[in-house]
Write a protein that binds this ligand. Structure first.
Ligand code: URP
Ligand code: ZN
Ligand code: ZN
Length: 452
């Protein structure tokens, strides 16, 4: 036995148990009330600590060309930050180049990721171009082990409704899952022109150009196309109140619609765009009003939200500054991969949500929905992706304590009660009491299969 964690409190969606956990090599080998120390090479007394599965962040953008630049965390910095926040699996969006087969997109991005990743990682492919039979390379990607894809309804590379329907139909034929960034591109464009013409360039107008209804309309339309194609849909970064109702209604009608939300929508409202540093919070969809935030928390607690993910897409301050007088020049996105699990667990400590629900949303559901068979659960045979969490440790988030390459964090000054003490990735210690102790290139590409 390589590692024995004794007397900890193990948490799953089903509850808490006081138990011992044994690791052999990269796998969990036993979970039991009492495992004899025997010949264990290393024994940790976890009395007073929580023993948790490593979190899965199903939504990050690492080294992504976007907004006239490249997101500032490469595969090493992003996964190093993940490890230090108790996240042991990171999904990245591999953006298809025009004219590129979807498997080639995966291979091209994996050539960057494989030597750098510090924890295990997986890809969703963002589809931009389906001309010349490229749509049929979707099946090849599924067979390769990448069965999840994304379409954007916005940005200059967003797909048309016609293309989205075609992609959903192809996904149904291949057993793939399509995620969607849902906002109405035309309404945004019209409102942006209007505000700029009126001389309104501050970050507040980023929010006003994409308010609640801009997202809700697109949620409804995307679900409309999924219903037409008779296939499941995963809505990424759901941030608006009406969208929650739309998802609930679709489910009541028998559709499989998953909804992801992000910690930033649970902590901040659109008021951040009135702050002097408002441009640092510019992401799409933007933070919404208090009513949307309240509804997202309520939706978590009544089971409407399927997963929490970060949409980690950081840009340096000087890049955010490009848009200090014109919000359309601000690269969209914020850092968060290190903050998701500690933030959600701290909210559980406050009683806003249960610990069991956090494990369901941050670990078990992403593993199940995206076909990560070896992840998300502390059980014999699963990868030894483990977080030792101290529910009593106070932690205030500051830039100097983060492990991303980004030079600022929107989470600056947010106080948490409880924090990860150690993170293990396939049995290897990668984070220890404030420090990254892992290794660049340790992370492996996860090949996945969705459960029917
Ligand atoms: O603002 C964001 N969210 N940037 C990353 C790209 C996306 O829309 O997910
Ligand atoms: Zn998006
Ligand atoms: Zn995103």
């Amino acid at each position: 036995m390589d590692l024995l964690i004794k007397n900890g409190t193990l948490i799953s969606s089903q509850g808490k148990i006081k138990a011992d956990l044994a690791v052999d090599g990269e796998k969990i080998s036993a979970v039991a009330q009492s495992i004899p120390t025997g010949s264990a090479k290393k024994v940790i007394d976890a009395d007073g600590l929580f023993v948790l599965p490593g979190a899965i962040d199903a939504h990050t953008h690492l080294a992504m060309p976007f907004g006239g630049t490249i997101s500032s965390d490469d595969y090493f910095a992003g996964t190093r930050a993940a490890a230090c926040g108790g996240t042991t699996t990171v999904f990245d969006f591999a953006m298809q180049d025009f004219g590129e087969k979807l498997t080639d997109t995966v291979l091209r991005r994996n050539a960057l990721a494989a030597p750098q990743a510090a924890v295990d990682y997986a890809f969703h492919v963002a589809i931009k171009d389906l001309r010349d039979d490229l749509i049929h390379s979707l099946r090849e990607a599924v067979d390769f082990g990448v069965p999840s894809f994304k379409v954007f309804m916005v940005y200059d590379f967003g797909v048309s409704d016609g293309d989205m329907l075609q992609i959903l139909q192809e996904a149904r034929a291949c057993g793939a899952l399509i995620s969607v960034h849902a906002e109405n591109r035309e309404v945004i464009a019209s409102r942006v022109s209007q505000y700029l013409a009126e001389g309104h360039g501050s970050a507040w107008y980023h929010y006003l150009s994409r308010p609640e209804f801009v997202e809700a309309e697109a949620d409804e339309r995307a679900i409309r196309w999924a219903r037409e194609a008779d296939t499941p849909l995963y809505i990424v970064h759901l941030a608006n109140r009406e969208g929650v109702k739309i998802v609930e209604k679709a489910r009541a009608e028998g559709l499989t619609v998953y909804a992801e939300t992000c910690p930033q929508y649970l902590e901040f409202t659109c008021d951040v765009y009135k702050r002097p540093d408002g441009r640092n919070f510019v992401c799409s969809p933007p933070m919404k009003g208090q009513a949307s935030q309240d509804e997202l928390w309520a939706a978590i607690n009544r089971g409407v939200i399927s997963t929490i993910a970060t949409d980690h897409c950081p840009f340096q301050s000087y890049e955010k500054d490009w848009g200090k007088d014109d919000f359309t020049k601000i690269p969209n996105g914020c850092a968060g991969v290190e903050n998701m699990f500690p933030y959600m667990l701290s909210k559980a400590g406050e009683g806003r949500v249960s610990y069991e629900k956090v494990i369901e949303l941050c670990c078990e559901n992403p593993a199940r929905i995206f076909g990560c068979q070896t992840k998300g659960v502390l059980a014999p045979g699963k990868d030894a992706d483990i977080v030792l969490y101290d529910p009593q440790q106070d932690f205030t988030i500051t830039q100097d304590k983060m492990h991303s390459d980004c030079d600022h964090t929107i989470w600056e000054g947010v106080s948490l009660h409880g924090y990860p003490l150690q993170t293990y990735s396939r049995g290897r210690l990668v984070y220890d009491r404030g420090s990254f102790v892992g290794q660049e290139g340790w992370g492996k590409l996860l090949k996945r299969r969705l459960q029917p």
